[in-house]
Design a protein around this ligand. Structure first.
Ligand code: PLP
Length: 399
């Protein structure tokens, strides 16, 4: 159980760096799951209760805790963030031929369910100040779509690397045309925008508890929102669209998307430490900035005045001309030291799968992909481990 290390009690404890005397450095992952140590006890209780299936009480308790954390009245826990997005598209009535609009700088799962439902994705560029969906561009594109007589079925802003999208601005743009908003907050848990949790203000909010997310149950997700009937419908669809009857009764078909008791128990063990996890990731980011920001040609994802990012991943941009090396050279140098880093998401409009999809802009996002690198950011990362990453980057700059 050597990997079951409790979270650093105070973020400040990871500072300052101490040079490690360890001869053989441990491999350093981008964002490994972090365990509280209480998971084992929660799981033991879960198994002792005799429940494993989603029908047990623990997923309901996890939903209640999540509702409180995200300031959303209703929640249904499911078995992945992608499943939550799929249910969201279903509830908003996505049909073959509909358009679904999202930020191009995202993970494929944002739109995959909609594409599989026969919708056409349209990719919009991001705002350079937040790296999330550009509300001004959205407003302009919606007006143009209304003139064409082809408004999107839904707009899907994405919280990027723990930076929440600007929901009041997006909501205002969509509200003008009655277009609903589904927030892909899969990696937004713990982030704030305009003083509210990520996704707040959207019609539906999808989150993820995948292995590398800030709270990780191994796999899992949830769909939240202000509408009680919608979330009740999502719950029914997630459990094979069973009708209330002693026998199996179905008026339609659904999915097997409900979250198991086992995963919910892990989530319940971790959720209370969300704020501490955010503080730890922000402290890691602060250290990167302190150690690296003076290097010419290296900048970080900005944090707009209205946002509190979680810094789920610290995302840097490298200008090869000024830094003296490009993002790929940096990634390889880190890899040679056993340190995992990853290019910023390749925008979806550049993916072969979406070659023919319509788009609006994309040059800003393409630039972030070209120059952007995500650095190791796990909330359990030691100062020694972070020092290794910093030293490698500095050496490359000098070299
Ligand atoms: C992780 C992630 C997803 C998918 O969530 P899963 O739980 O892995 O299905 C979707 N969108 C974004 C932006 C993500 O980061």
């Amino acid at each position: 159980m050597a990997h079951l290390q409790p979270i650093t009690e105070h973020a400040a404890q990871i500072l300052p760096f101490r040079r490690s005397s360890a001869p053989r450095p441990e491999p350093l992952a981008l964002s490994p799951p972090q365990f509280e140590g209480t998971e084992i006890e929660f799981l033991r209780q879960e198994l002792a209760s005799g429940w494993l299936a989603p029908a047990g009480p623990t997923p309901r308790r996890f939903e209640a805790a999540l509702s409180a954390a995200m300031d959303q009245p209703h929640a249904v826990a499911v078995n992945s963030g992608t499943a939550a997005l799929h249910l969201g598209y279903h509830l908003l009535g996505v049909q073959p031929g509909d358009e679904v609009w999202t930020s191009t700088l995202t993970f494929v799962a944002t739109v995959a369910p909609a594409v599989q439902m026969g919708a056409t994705p349209r990719f919009l560029d991001v705002d350079p100040q937040s790296w999330t969906l550009d509300p001004a561009l959205l407003r302009q594109e919606l007006a143009a779509a209304a003139r064409r007589g082809r408004l999107p079925r839904v707009v899907v802003p994405v919280d990027l690397y723990g930076q929440a999208a600007d929901m009041p601005a997006i909501r205002a743009a969509c509200g003008e045309w009655g277009v609903p908003v589904l927030s892909d907050s899969a990696c937004g848990l713990g982030a704030l925008q305009h003083g509210r949790p990520a996704g707040h203000g959207a019609d539906l909010v999808a989150v993820s508890f995948n292995g590398n997310k800030i709270v990780s149950t191994g796999g899992g997700g949830a769909l939240l929102g202000p509408g009680e009937a919608r979330i009740a419908r999502a719950r029914q669809l997630a459990t094979q669209a069973r009708e209330p009857a002693p026998h199996y009764q179905h008026e339609t078909t659904g999915y097997n998307y409900a979250m198991s008791c086992v995963l919910a128990a892990i989530g319940l063990a971790q959720l209370p430490s969300l704020e501490r996890r955010v503080a730890a990731r922000r402290a890691i980011f602060a250290r990167y900035r302190e150690e690296l920001a003076a290097l010419p040609g290296l900048t970080f994802m900005p944090e707009p005045g209205w946002a509190r990012a979680t810094r789920w991943l610290t995302a840097a941009q490298i200008d090869p001309a000024r830094f003296g090396a490009g993002r790929e050279a940096l990634r390889q140098a880190l890899e040679a030291e056993g340190i995992e880093s990853r290019p910023v998401w390749k925008p979806l409009h550049l993916q072969p799968a979406f070659r023919d999809a319509p788009r609006a802009g994309g040059e800003v996002a393409a630039g972030f992909f070209e120059r952007g690198l995500c650095l190791p950011s796990g909330s359990g990362m030691s100062s020694e481990a972070q020092f290794r990453a910093v030293a490698t980057l500095r050496a490359l700059h000098r070299g």
